[in-house]
Design a protein around this ligand. Structure first.
Ligand SMILES: Cc1ncc(COP(=O)(O)OP(=O)(O)O)c(N)n1
Ligand code: 3NM
Ligand code: MG
Length: 212
């Protein structure tokens, strides 16, 4: 079963201090349970993106970590991804489900209960809800909707897999989990940490504490 507890999202644009390979390896050692390759406006050529994606994909495969590709079904197919994540302005989720078949994971962004219900109908396996807090990693992000948004969605979808995203740090993990999220999706608090390993371990501790 898909474990969304600690979901690292990353592209080379998010990695000013360490290279993406090192970050992914440390994050896996630290305990991530899912990974999304989200290469956005990095200025890299497609050849470079595919070469990087293949290396990250192999590392995930070696450690049995699900490898999800953001936005692009074509890139997902090239990289033999385990799944695709799409937002409200991307390819329609129902069409993506048809393209990727029933055996791959489909993640869909949702901010409201209505969008969440629609995502379920369209064949989503999980929803990403955000931004929880102010984020430095997505220039086109909307205003924060906070853990309250997860509380509302959780009331209406008691069993469906939900991950919170946007501005989440170890200190801000407990409110997201307590609101009903199955896990947290994180970019900068891991990719820009001095030690991605220690940062991931701190998240894992906070998730465990919040679930007690
Ligand atoms: C786990 C997760 N949740 C939400 C998003 C955001 O997707 P989207 O709204 O399509 O924005 P971009 O990531 O494409 O900028 C996500 N990527 N992952
Ligand atoms: C990719 C993404 N999606 C968001 C949403 O709200 O849907 S917020 C976001 C950026 C998350 O990065 P950080 O952990 O550095 O804030
Ligand atoms: Mg998108």
């Amino acid at each position: 079963m898909l474990d969304l507890s600690m979901y690292l999202v990353m592209g080379s644009q998010d990695c000013p201090n360490h290279d993406p390979i090192t970050i992914l390896e440390q994050a896996i050692e630290g305990g991530i349970t899912c990974f999304q390759f989200r290469e956005k406006n990095s200025g890299r050529s497609w050849a470079d993106i595919i070469a990087l994606g293949k290396r990250l994909r192999q590392i995930c495969a070696d450690h049995q970590i699900p490898f999800i590709v953001n936005d692009r079904v074509d890139l997902g197919m090239i990289l033999e991804a385990d799944g695709i994540h799409v937002g409200q302005d991307d390819l329609p989720a129902a069409e993506v489900r048809k393209l990727i078949g029933s055996h791959r994971i489909l993640g869909v962004s949702a901010k409201t209960t209505e969008q969440a219900h629609q995502a379920v109908q369209n064949g989503a396996d999980y929803i990403g809800v955000g931004p929880m807090f102010e984020t430095v990693s997505k220039p086109d992000a909307s205003a924060p909707i906070g853990p309250e948004a997860i509380k509302h969605i959780r009331k209406n979808l008691p069993q469906f897999p939900i991950v919170g995203i946007g501005g989440i740090t170890p200190e801000r993990t407990a409110p997201v989990i307590s609101a009903g999220a199955d896990g947290v999706a994180v970019i900068s608090a891991i990719t820009q940490a001095e030690s991605p390993l220690k940062a991931t371990q701190r998240f894992i501790e906070q998730i465990a504490l919040a679930r007690k």
